[in-house]
Design a protein around this ligand. Structure first.
Ligand code: NDP
Length: 252
């Protein structure tokens, strides 16, 4: 098999969810030769998740993406161990199924902090190293709800945060293209993970499928494959782009 990420050090935030997109991405990247760092809230959980992916070329590190010092400490630990960072997948995210009038200031901050502050702080922590290396790739996990508004599991504040990520990605892509750093985003649709798993009734599923041209829900591997494309040299001339990984949901 072609090793698309051989010798690359890749950090994946929020990668410790047992069935999540981050873990599937870590597995796929590792298969492609990468050294994979899982950066999630809890140190032990991150280390266990990394060990589950593989015994070698993996590392688990505690990282609260809403806390700049925590992001910097995580990236410092990676630099001390591996001396470089080639790929950042900004994957950490939380949802709250609230309607507009239900959103409290705390709800707003919780959701936007993880998506937007998290993306900014982690990017700020890796960009100087990538610039020194004259190369790198950052991929951001937005959502189809950024394009369509709403969604089953995310409220309007989730849509706003995920839409904000697309703007932030484009602005950073303009700024860092000169260093051969590519910054792109994905907009997953309804992906069966811990965020969604077990919460869909058959009736909800039937209704959702009428809005998905590919007529199935996504799985974590569908998103991981998109990350692989945007993290690797396969997308060498792509930056500031949005890859729709949602079975066509974005067209509705
Ligand atoms: P998971 O819940 O499996 O993964 C999210 C991970 O992020 C969890 O391990 C969570 O930890 C972690 N996390 C939460 N807050 C922080 C933080 N402050 N710092 C670091 N890590 C944190 O969900 P998914 O795999 O489904 O989601 C991954 C991404 O994909 C998210 O950004 C989500 O918004 C996005 N997405 C998902 C879709 C879906 O249908 N599943 C659709 C579109 C986008 P803990 O469990 O301890 O809270």
């Amino acid at each position: 098999m072609t090793q698309l990420l051989e010798n690359k050090v890749c950090i994946i935030t929020g990668g410790a969810g047992p069935r999540g997109i981050g873990k599937a991405t870590a597995r796929l990247f590792h298969e492609h030769g990468a050294t994979v760092v899982i950066a999630d809230l809890d140190a032990e959980k991150s280390r266990e998740a990394a060990a589950e992916v593989a015994a070698d070329r993996t590392m688990g590190v505690a990282c609260d993406v809403t806390d700049k010092a925590s992001c910097e400490a995580a990236v410092k630990a990676v630099m001390e161990r591996y001396g470089r960072v080639d790929v950042l997948i900004n994957n950490a995210g939380i949802t709250q199924p609230l309607k507009t009038l239900e959103i409290t200031p705390e709800n707003y901050e919780q959701v936007t902090d993880v998506s937007l502050r998290g993306m900014l702080y982690m990017s700020q922590s890796v960009l100087p190293h990538m610039a020194d290396q004259q190369g790198g790739a950052i991929v951001n996990t937005s959502s189809v709800s950024a394009q369509r508004g709403g969604g089953i599991f995310g409220g309007p504040h989730y849509s706003a945060a995920k839409a904000g990520m697309l703007g932030l990605a484009k602005a950073m892509a303009r700024e860092y293209g000169q260093y051969n750093i590519r910054i792109n985003s994905v907009t997953p649709g309804l992906i069966q993970t811990d965020i969604t798993g077990g919460k869909l009734t058959d009736e909800m599923k039937t209704q959702i499928l009428t809005g998905i041209p590919l007529n199935r829900l996504g799985d974590a591997q569908d998103v991981a494959k998109g990350f692989l494309f945007l993290a690797s040299d396969l997308s060498s001339y792509t930056t500031g782009a949005v890859l729709d990984i949602n079975g066509g949901m974005h067209m509705y």
